[in-house]
Design a binder for this molecule. Sequence first.
Ligand code: ZN
Length: 498
Amino acid sequence: MINIKYLLAIVFSSMFFFVSFQGIAQKVKIDGIIERAEALSHFKFLASDELKGRDPERPEIDIAAYYIANQFEKYGAIPLSSLNAYYQYVPFVASSPPTVGELKWKGSKFKHGEDLLVLGGNDLSGDFEMVVAGYGFEDDYADKNVKGKWVVVRVGAPNRLTPTELFKAGREKQALAKSKGAIGLIEMYNVPTTPWRMLVNYLNKSQLALDLDPNKHDDLPYLWMKDLKGEIIKSIASGKNEISIDIKGKKNRKIKGRNVVAVIEGTDPQLKDEYVMLSAHYDHLGITKPNAEGDSIYNGARDNAVGTAALIQAANYFGEHPPKRSILLCAWTAEEKGLLGSSYFADNPPLPLKDIVFNLNIDNGGYNDTSLVTIIGLGRSSVDHLISVAAEDYGLEAIADPSPEQGLYDRSDNVNFAKKGIPAPTFSLGFTAFDQEIGKYYHQVSDQVDNFDLDYAIKYWKTYILSAENIANNLEKPVWKSGDKYEEASNALYGIGN
Ligand SMILES: [Zn+2]
């Protein structure tokens, strides 16, 4: 009988040869398609001053969207049949805070920017009746008549208390309150983990939000009120339910945003019905006040022109060498405004989400180690080793999220798909910590192409393409590692265990 260690050694070394021979063949193909000057031209265009920081509230972002669509088309990616074009339009409302925002209740006055935030709706004034309805979900309306009244609810939900979750829950509650005939919604804020002051600083300025009712102009008035001890809501519930409200100078503007979406059909007759989604947000922070050098443009080379350029290169490569599974290319808008473009896609998918078997997202804050790629969520799915192998083939090492305390997995577009059950890591530039080196460029006007290591950019793009190819050709369908917090959602989405 053969020595088991010897046998294992043979098996492993032959596996190693298989992987690297295959890897070399794939690298030759990738090197043959991805041409340096051409690849860099996409990066430079997207991060150029002329696009004014790709702000979803400014018109220049549409030039970026058109450019991405145009490159997808040039490289042979086609529109998704249900969209019939390269864009999924995303309805937004851009709103500015009111000049006056006051609420009077039981002899006390609440003011916008202090203990009140006017987040939605138009100018109005008058006296109104309030009805308390728990958290403001369907069950909370049981035998309540809210027609013509303001609904008052607790913010978020017991298990949904991160800022992103609060906003998302708020959107659901607004739609529901409106459908019940309410004329306004107040959420009482009492979440200790995010201080009220911080929220005021963040929210008391122009906001971009998904437009819940794009064809109508009567957006539901929507307020947050500070009620840290939950005393006000109790008192309203006990019958002190008259308010007078005065809101003036609130401006709301409807905007049509764009996710750019395209497909490259797979070659395998069965597997081509499964999609590997490659995604990156293409928006960034726009412009700000000029600094000492007179620079006012957030070019967002790292965040996330480099990722958007990766998508374009992927279109270039897979257009020539389609893998077994189909490739779905998605460039998201308004990530910086709260993951809005991807959230809209996840909730209004132009193809069944269960057909998407994997999402390899790209997003970036910066890098501090060019011998690495950092994969946020590495090791959480059954195919993640294929990313590590691709990195090795390019002389890089793939490491997992080094700063889990930053919660990066749940802070980029991938999370909107993970929540639906799709395994969705984010493929980032190499970083070992969220340190000073990252801080030098992260969300700064200095995040530009001219201080980016371009040799590394090329390697990073090629590694991304090779990772995607490995996953799209792998015969086994990706699954979450058992016990992952998104496994249950995944079983529901793909009908596993039914
Ligand atoms: Zn960012």
